[in-house]
Design a protein around this ligand. Structure first.
Ligand code: GTP
Ligand code: SPV
Ligand code: MN
Length: 593
């Protein structure tokens, strides 16, 4: 397969530890993957779905204790604890290696160890980086084959001496008490034991493309961000690209594949998707920031995805897709989840594998759901009807705007623009959002999630903010920075803004601001639209309601500023760039006046 001694040694060492019966190199050939699919169906690891309605699609159910990322078991293992920073979980690398070796020792006996050579990014692009993941799970192999570019060409790209990111995954007993997702940024190594769920085990995704890559980016002068990338075609035919960072399950996939409202389509607006979760961003020779999506598929949230909310995502899941923890319609062997349609299947197996009675379903009680709230689809990007022609571009796409956004019932307006790059970094640093089912723990709790990277920045958050400030200095024409909030609620808890396709109305304002085509009101927090500048054609929302979600309540923001001061002082504590302290002082002053 390869003469690269570093690869061979990593595979040998992994095998010497886990003692598999056999080592299988994944070549990327369809015949090999097909044989693995057939084997997984035989053992029950996968359920084959209706081949006419959902060709090449499978259902997988995880253990009930293994349904989401586990932030409190996810560790940054660098020598100096202070370098991991105060909001990452840290473990001493020596202790982490010892502990994981103890857990994984001999755990692949009687099993095969698959060696997956994969590339994050188009092979041969200056953005791309190679990883090798070893795993005992066919589910992991098949998901990696959708989510990344897998196969022999990655070994060829490495050559005899190339370096790569090492990833070791052993399922062990899926024991939540012995579950560890460990990152060794100083060794470019990831170790994951006792899980078989997405973000914990598809090591190219959050572990490599964010936690390890954020370290590489800091060293090498680029950025690894939890961002979608989309292209907007304007009526003039011109294309603009935008990246947006929202926390997990806060709308990235949906925005990335948005279909504009009818009146916008008629005018000639359209959206194409470059990426839905991760952006690697580099400085271009033209003084702009250029972004590429290192992934090759979508690991998207199933619940809420339907023909109205996200027809492109739904279309992407109609072939060659692996569904995880959704419900099974046993009448026709198709899948269902809450929010797919209003017709729950009469004969249905829920995500835990038990028969499910739709008459007992109460949409306010998550425990009665047929699909897990964090159930997912793994779909090839090429399936998506609106995938960008730039998807496989080796240069990436130039960014006009960067958008931050969270799930905030109050306070944060529908959209505002930062005054400049450094103020934009401040806006990212003060993001808060309600927690979701994408990670274990309580849902709906407001917490700080700077740049949507709280669970993913692989080093000290203060240093990460400094890196953002430094990147701004490297570009003569940086993207404009905005913040959005689709999630303001009324007194009854209903979302006020319709969201989804109608977010195009906000995107248009953002693009027009970048082009200097529209005025704005300068407020305490930044530039906010005049209500009449949001194109509301075809939308039945009165002016007062729109104004209510654009309104910047200074008294509330004064309190918010106090709270941010507490977060900076007590949570992040050190290494916070002076530029951000200055921006906080300005915010406070603006709220007093
Ligand atoms: P990860 O894959 O976890 O990173 O999530 P994501 O950021 O891609 O979120 P996604 O687009 O999958 O949306 C998550 C949930 O938010 C789904 O249940 C959506 O239906 C819902 N959602 C997305 N966009 C909007 C919106 O504009 N308004 C409202 N109210 N809900 C939305
Ligand atoms: C997220 O949680 O942000 C995801 C899903 O995109 S996972 O791959 O599990 O991280
Ligand atoms: Mn994500």
């Amino acid at each position: 397969m390869t003469n690269n001694q570093k690869v061979l040694k990593f595979v040998e060492d992994s095998a010497a530890l886990a003692l598999p019966d056999e080592i299988v190199w994944i070549t990327g050939e369809e015949s090999q993957l097909d044989a693995l699919r057939a084997e997984a169906v035989k053992t029950g690891e996968l359920i084959k779905l209706n081949d006419e309605l959902l060709p090449g699609c499978y259902l997988h159910r995880t253990k009930v204790n293994d349904v989401a990322r586990v932030e409190d078991r996810t560790f940054i293992c660098c020598k100096n604890k202070e370098d991991a920073g105060p909001i990452n979980y840290w473990m001493d690398p020596r202790q982490a290696y010892e502990l994981s070796r103890e857990i994984a020792r001999g755990r692949m006996k009687g099993k095969r160890m698959y060696v997956i050579p994969y590339s994050m990014g188009v092979v041969g692009s200056p953005f791309s980086k190679i990883g090798i993941e070893v795993t005992d799970s066919i589910y992991v192999v098949l998901n990696m084959a959708i989510m990344t570019r897998v196969g022999t060409m990655c070994l060829d790209a490495l050559g005899e001496d190339g370096d790569f990111i090492k990833g070791f995954h052993a399922s062990c007993d899926i024991d939540a008490e012995k579950r560890y997702i460990m990152h060794f940024p100083e060794d470019n190594t990831i170790i994951s034991v006792n899980s078989a769920y997405g973000g914990n085990v598809l090591l190219g995704k959050k572990c490599f493309a964010l936690r390890i890559a954020s370290n590489l980016g800091r060293k090498e002068g680029w950025m690894a961000e939890h961002m979608l990338i989309l292209g907007v075609t304007l009526p003039s035919g011109e294309k603009k690209y935008v990246a947006a960072a929202f926390p997990s399950a806060c709308g990235k996939t949906n925005l990335a594949m948005l279909i504009p409202p009818k009146s916008f389509l008629e005018k000639g607006y359209s959206i194409e998707c470059v990426g839905d979760d991760i952006a690697w961003i580099r400085v271009g020779e033209d003084g702009r920031l250029w972004a590429a999506n290192p992934e090759n598929g979508f690991f998207g949230v199933a619940p809420g995805t339907n023909v109205k909310s996200n027809p492109n995502a739904l279309a992407a899941t109609q072939k060659g897709t692996i569904f995880t923890n959704v419900a099974l319609n046993t009448d026709n062997m198709t899948v269902w989840w809450e929010g797919l349609d209003k017709n729950p299947p009469e004969h249905c197996i829920d995500w835990t594998g038990k028969p499910w009675d739709y008459k007992k379903y109460d949409k306010r009680d998550k425990s009665t759901c047929a699909a897990h709230p964090n159930s997912r689809f793994t779909a090839p990007a090429k399936n998506c009807p609106c995938v960008s022609p730039e998807f496989d571009s080796k240069t990436g796409v130039p960014l006009s705007a960067i958008i931050f956004g969270g799930r905030r019932a109050t306070t944060t307006p529908l959209v505002y623009q930062s005054r400049d790059w450094n103020h934009g970094v401040f806006v990212g640093s003060i993001m808060s959002s309600e927690t979701t089912a994408a990670a274990t723990g309580a849902v709906g709790v407001l917490r700080h999630d700077p740049m949507a990277m709280k669970p993913f920045a692989g080093y000290h958050m203060g240093d990460y903010w400094q890196h953002w400030i430094d990147m701004g200095k490297k570009v003569s024409n940086p993207p404009k920075i905005f913040n959005v909030n689709w999630f303001r609620t009324d007194a009854e808890g209903n979302f006020i803004w319709p969201g989804f396709g109608d977010n195009m109305r906000v995107l248009k304002w953002i693009i027009d601001r970048c082009d200097g085509k529209v005025d704005a009101e300068e407020t305490a927090i930044g530039y906010v639209p005049h209500a009449e500048d949001i194109d509301m054609e075809g939308l039945d929302i009165d002016r007062a309601t729109l104004e209510s979600i654009l309104y910047v309540d200074k008294a509330r923001w004064a309190k918010e500023a106090e709270e941010i001061q507490g977060y900076y002082t007590n949570s992040i504590r050190s290494r916070i760039p002076q530029e951000l302290w200055d921006a906080l002082a300005t915010l406070k002053k603006n709220c007093e006046e």
